[in-house]
Design a protein around this ligand. Structure first.
Ligand SMILES: Cc1cc2nc3c(=O)[nH]c(=O)nc-3n(C[C@H](O)[C@H](O)[C@H](O)COP(=O)(O)OP(=O)(O)OC[C@H]3O[C@@H](n4cnc5c(N)ncnc54)[C@H](O)[C@@H]3O)c2cc1C
Length: 432
């Protein structure tokens, strides 16, 4: 399938992989037993592996595909000190002390990743660029301004409102009714960050077995037996770090995460004066819709990387690309003739309470369900789940003991997604 806005050499894989291709890892022989087996080699799994291996545990990380094949090398590379839910929503549901604790934990997660990148000298184009959050309706601007007062008071949130009259200093569109600049937010190149984690994990002696799905996990003695197409092994502890790719090997967890496809395109390089006009501060951008668009400059500042949800049901990056391009030109009409160089997608994991979850189920540890905030949260909760395996009290988080809900008739295939998206689109449209 071709399209007039496809570049002649368009690639239907992440732009990030051009610079950080999927790694060819050393061939791994499965030992008979390890201390800890980790399912999933994204940020969660690798972060857990790093903490455990440095504490002297023998660790084996499995991935069903290439290492980092999931969201961790496909995402938008935006990091912020917030959760999917607002402080107001959390307070209404959990009371102020718990809500504030959860929000502060998100700030801690963000700083944990920033510190890790610096301490480990991971070259991943990490930049504290700040974020512009566009108000898609006038009432959303007012609501953001009201909530900012509370956020400043309760959690020291570092942001400023930007009225519509000066919006072009932040982003070259008239589509928003002003917005908010969040000063602490940052960006990075997701696949380079992931590669940095791989290198650090391998340097500890931990092993990563790519193309080795764990197909079953069962209790055996004091530990667990894991089955893979390449053979079986035992582990004293198991961590599930499969997020939006959680499958039937851990059926009860699969019933608790909702995989939702997120779609991204990258433009061909734009003239410097166009980038100066459209993204003058080179910040990352998102908006107040429930079904959001998120975008940012490429790390070299020459392209726009633009993501969001443009279909009610899951679709192909060949189909989503022209739709995302159309959404982008609604914001920036001057990009109408600009071609797309890359288009791809990945599965984000949502949860029924839209909060991340960490815990133990049937003796198996897990951390997942980051609801689109996984660049900081997956790394952080991967570290925390490892601390829990080590029996450290420092493994405690504000998300402990949250009931990890499912729903009747939900087995991991979100049949209700199209209806929910239609409903949220209507709310976005009707918002004042
Ligand atoms: C398009 C897109 C844009 C996003 N943008 C942002 C953003 O800007 N900011 C942000 O904070 N978050 C963003 N996210 C979310 C973020 O990328 C994820 O939350 C995070 O990467 C999750 O990391 P993870 O390690 O838990 O899971 P993943 O990176 O998804 O890794 C899970 C791995 O588990 C493996 N697996 C599955 N089953 C098995 C099995 N049985 N055995 C072995 N391995 C298995 C899979 O192959 C996969 O590699 C985005 C996600 C997508 C898809």
């Amino acid at each position: 399938m071709t399209h007039p806005i496809f570049a002649s050499d368009i690639r239907f894989q992440p732009y990030w992989w051009d610079e950080a291709p999927r790694p060819s890892l050393p061939e791994v022989h499965l030992p008979k037993a390890v201390d800890v087996a980790i399912m999933g080699s994204g940020y969660t799994g690798l972060s857990a592996a790093l903490t455990l291996a440095r504490a002297g545990r023998e660790v084996m990380v499995f991935d069903a595909e290439d290492a980092g094949w999931g969201c961790s090398t496909r995402n938008g590379g935006q990091l912020g000190p917030t959760l999917h839910k607002s402080l107001k929503e959390l307070t209404a549901k959990y009371g102020k002390p718990r809500a504030v604790a959860m929000f502060k934990e998100a700030q801690t997660a963000f700083e944990y990743v920033a510190d890790l990148i610096e301490a480990e000298r991971i070259e991943c184009q990490f930049r504290r660029c700040g974020k512009f959050m566009g108000a898609h309706r006038p009432g959303r601007y007012e609501a953001m301004a009201r909530e900012l007062e509370v956020l400043r008071r309760e959690v020291g949130f570092d942001a400023d409102m930007v009225p519509r009259a000066s919006q072009h200093n932040e982003v070259g569109t008239d589509a928003y009714y002003g917005g908010q600049v969040r000063h602490r937010n940052a960006s990075l190149q997701p696949a380079l960050y992931h590669q940095g984690l791989i290198d650090r994990v391998l340097s500890t002696g931990a092993r990563i077995a790519a193309h080795t799905p764990v197909t079953a996990v069962a209790r055996e003695g004091k530990g667990f037996a894991l089955t893979t197409p390449r053979g079986s092994m035992t582990a004293r502890e198991v961590i599930v770090a499969t997020n939006g790719y959680t499958g039937d090997a851990t059926r009860e967890l699969r019933r608790r995460v909702i995989p939702i496809g997120s779609y991204i395109i990258t433009t061909e390089p734009l003239a410097p004066e166009v980038m100066d006009r459209l993204m003058p501060r080179r910040r990352v951008v998102s908006d107040t819709r429930r079904v959001v668009f998120y975008y940012r400059p490429s790390p070299d500042g020459t392209r726009i990387v633009f993501g969001g949800r443009v279909a009610f049901s899951e679709t192909d990056p060949r189909v989503s690309a022209p739709r995302l391009h159309h959404a982008m030109t609604q914001l920036f009409p001057e990009l109408k003739g600009v071609k797309i160089s890359h288009s791809w997608m990945g599965f984000v994991a949502y949860t029924f309470d839209t909060l991340p979850h960490i815990g133990v189920r049937d003796g198996i540890h897990y951390a997942m369900g980051y609801c689109g905030t996984g660049v900081p949260m997956a790394t952080y909760l991967g570290h925390k789940v490892a601390l829990r395996v080590l029996g450290s009290p420092e493994g405690a988080t504000a998300f402990d003991d949250l009931p990890f809900q499912t729903r009747p008739l939900y087995y991991g295939n979100p049949w209700f997604l199209a209806g929910a998206l239609m409903y949220y689109r209507c709310l976005d449209h009707l918002a004042r």
